[in-house]
Structure formats: structure tokens, C-alpha cells
Design a protein around this ligand. Sequence first.
Ligand SMILES: [Zn+2]
Length: 280
Amino acid sequence: MTGHPAGAFVAGAPHDGPPQPGDLALVLAGRKLLTGPDGRFPRVGELPAGTGWVPLGTLGGVPAWGTDATDDQPPEGRWRSWRSLAAALPAPLADLAGRALAVLTFRRTHRWCGACRAELADVPGEQSRRCPGCDLYVPIRLSAAVLVAITRPGPTSGPDELLLVRHASGPTALWALVAGFVEAGESLEDAARREVGEEVGLALGRLTYFGSQPWALSGPGVLLAGFTATAADTTAEPVVDGRELTEARWFPLDRLPAELPPAYSISRWLVDHVAARLAG
Ligand SMILES: [Zn+2]
């Protein structure tokens, strides 16, 4: 079989048996995944017999398995970051790559019970682990983050305006959306309003859920939740602290900057969704 199977990725879908040679193989070293000369993920049969495999889910019905590359004999091929894979591959494959990163990193960093120091054991059929000593249940952890596309009416007869920000670190030239991690005990909506208040000093009016995307750039197991929102005060100007953000500016929807988030990101999907109002 050549190429990647087409179809949806189902994370954690049950596997009917042990790995088969034609199953997909996600091999991790550090934060990078192995691809063959054709840019595709290898098959289980291309890796040494006796490799320890962890079930990840199914892609178009084909089981996918993950493993950490052994230090002594790393397989030949090209090692690629999630950013590179997500930019080049369809979304289901990027999601599979993100899950491999999350599951394998979780297993490497959750070997011991945090309460009694016993070695954690696998829970059959799950990616969680359990302590045989004190019965502590350790599920794989997700970090939720929110992104907000804030608009306000433009000047008379002009299009609406979208708030974009520039960050002090990372890709500093990029015009991005206000975003931040959800605190424990906080709803997604509360987090969206708090982050916007903290980062640009604005209050939100209507806040509408847009969609979500599993994300593997700012750490494994990040889940991004996107919102559209209106500014409560349509004359208020954003204020940045100069530490996390360097700039925040309202852009008319017909004059958005060229330096926008990449096409595979929910940030860009939100910007494009809001900009599509112009066509309507
Ligand atoms: Zn324990």
C-alpha cells in the first residue's frame, strides 16, 4: 500500500488486534516525527520487529501506532516538526501527528505516581495510566486555550474593523488574534473575556463560539477554541502592555495585513471567516 489513507482521523479508536505491517507508524524523536523520502509516514512493517507500539487511533479506518525512536539505532528518514507537517498535510494527518506527539510525550513524562512514587501501569483500552500502589488515576492532560476575533463597526460606509495584535516573542511580524490559556475553574467564555481585558484592555459585547482545533505547537495536548466577538465600546482603542504584546490595531476588513497566521491554523480560519462578511 502506498500513500496515506484518506478519510477522518478518529483519536483513540479501538484497535482490533496487534499492529499489522500495513498500519501507520508514527515515530517520535524529541519533538519531531519520522517521514519517508516521499514525505509520508512509514508503515509498521518498515520498522524493526519488536518495536513497542502504542495505539493512537485510526485514519480512514487504518490503525495508527506510535513509538519513541530508540537512541542507539534511529530509523533513516526525514524528521519533521508538527509545524512543517501541519503546513504540508491535510488536517486529519496533522491531527494524527499532534496526537502522536501528545500521547508519546505524556507516556514519557508520566512514568511514576506523583503521590506514592510507584511505577504507573497502563489502563487497557485507554491512554490514561493508573497507580498499582495507591490507585491514583492519571488521564492524559489537555491544555485549553482561547482565541478571539474581535470586530467593531467601521466608519460610515466603511467595512467593519478587525483587531489584530503583534507578540513580543515568537513570530513577531505576524498579525495574530488575542489568545491565551484557560485557567483552572474558568469557562472558555470567561477565559476569552479575561484574556481580551488583560492583553488589550477591551471589554467584549456579544461572544460567539466558532470552532476548535487540536494544536501541537505551544506544547503537546493543546486544544484551541475560537470565538468571534464584538467590542462593547465601539470607540475604545486597544492598549498593550509592551511585554507580551507590542502592538494592537484595528484593521478595516478590506485592508487586512499580509502577515496573517498560517492557513492550517484556526487563527486564520477565524480571520477568513470574519473577512468573508465583505463578500456577503
Ligand atoms: Zn500511587
